[in-house]
Design a protein around this ligand. Sequence first.
Ligand SMILES: *[C@@H]1O[C@H](CO)[C@@H](O)[C@H](O)[C@H]1NC(C)=O
Ligand SMILES: *[C@@H]1O[C@H](CO)[C@@H](O)[C@H](O)[C@H]1NC(C)=O
Length: 444
Amino acid sequence: MYEMIALIVKKPLWSTLVVTFSLLLAVICLTPSSPFSQSPVRSTSPFEESDIWSVRRIVDWRPCKWWLQGHLTALPVESNGYIRVDCYGGLNQMRRDLCDGVGIARLLNATLVLPKFEVAAYWNESSGFADVFDVDYFIQRMNRFVKIAKELPAEIASKEPFRVDCSKRKGLFDYIESVLPSLLEHRYISMTPAMSQRRDRYPLYAKAAFCQACYSALRLTRALERKSSELLLAIPKPFLSLHLRFEPDMVAYSQCKYDGLSHVSMEAIEAARGDRKPWTGEVARVWRNRGKCPLTPKETAFVLQALSIPTNTNIYLAAGDGLTELEGLTSVYTNVVTKSTLLSGEDFTSMHGNTKAALDYYVSINSDSYVATYFGNMDKMVAAIRAVKGLFKTLLLSRKAFAEFTSQGLKGKELMDALWKAHRDDFVMGRGSALPACFCELRL
Ligand SMILES: *[C@@H]1O[C@H](CO)[C@@H](O)[C@H](O)[C@H]1NC(C)=O
Ligand SMILES: *[C@@H]1O[C@H](CO)[C@@H](O)[C@H](O)[C@H]1NC(C)=O
């Protein structure tokens, strides 16, 4: 992050001038020419005072009743055995797997032992579950939803769990058919939940355990909460938390090609590509129109403007280290703050990836509004927690809409209008924050 800021500062003047000039041009082109150009379907104009958040919503997502009442189904007297959930990857991916694992443990009438949080190599740390989340709170909140053993009973404490490999199971995956036998045989198993599974077959009490674990039982440790609330305090209010995903690895992974990026960004992206070459020609066009290409910071700034989010809005940038092309955003939205500017240098450099991710998460579930440019694990988690907390100023920017409209040749004000409508409809219907299994639609 430091390097990146240095890069921004070091960027040659001419490129700053080019950006400034094109923005000036954009502003000139985008200024509404006539007050009669309003389209009838629009409820408010992006060029008037009101922003996207003031549009009236029709649908909200609220925790389903069966979830909130899931603890009413009595837990089985006999446990079928012990399950340890092994979680890998980034913080929010581990959390997703943990929730899944809790649902599975309940489905199998098993007792959960504390999960193993193992961080991928790129975090360069080993941070266990108890280092990130408040264990006692978790156990207390899961009371009557699932059995949890904080300490392993003596008869199994000495042995390693039998590892059940779920990763190779594809398609419709049923845990009762394929994992219960191993559990009954070995009494203590470990597993990493598979992505595809028959959650539709779950009895409601198992789904409820999943929902409760994911969205109601995880609280950061005291130390992390203290650090996070320090950060939250330092952010000028009110503010929008923007999860902008345009790190080189993200761009490389997307296999999209971008014109007009700086030399430095291109190099970082190329370095991250490996054998994932970008698509070209017709494939690239179709890929892009399917919404597969991350929005650049500049495109993000454009969409935010289309949503009438004022350019003097305080924005907290929730983003990974190494975010490139940031000036595409900061040249338009001038009040952008980041972790690295708000925390002391020492704090920041000594901080682990998971800790940084936890800070972004905490700030984002406490911000006035939240906008994501990509619907990843963190965004799903944040959107859901915000819904639990009754914070509905949450929006996912549509890469698909942006790609489609630009490929149709829309520009300037026309493009802004089209983007406004697409996002307004999403916001009104509560789409985009597309909440998974645990939430029920409430018509307002
Ligand atoms: C779990 O226990 C419930 C009763 O509490 C029972 O209906 C269900 O069949 C059991 N499932 C398994 C997989 O043992
Ligand atoms: C990982 O962390 C150790 C100590 O915490 C440090 O010495 C090492 O340089 C780090 N490695 C990378 C690749 O950052």
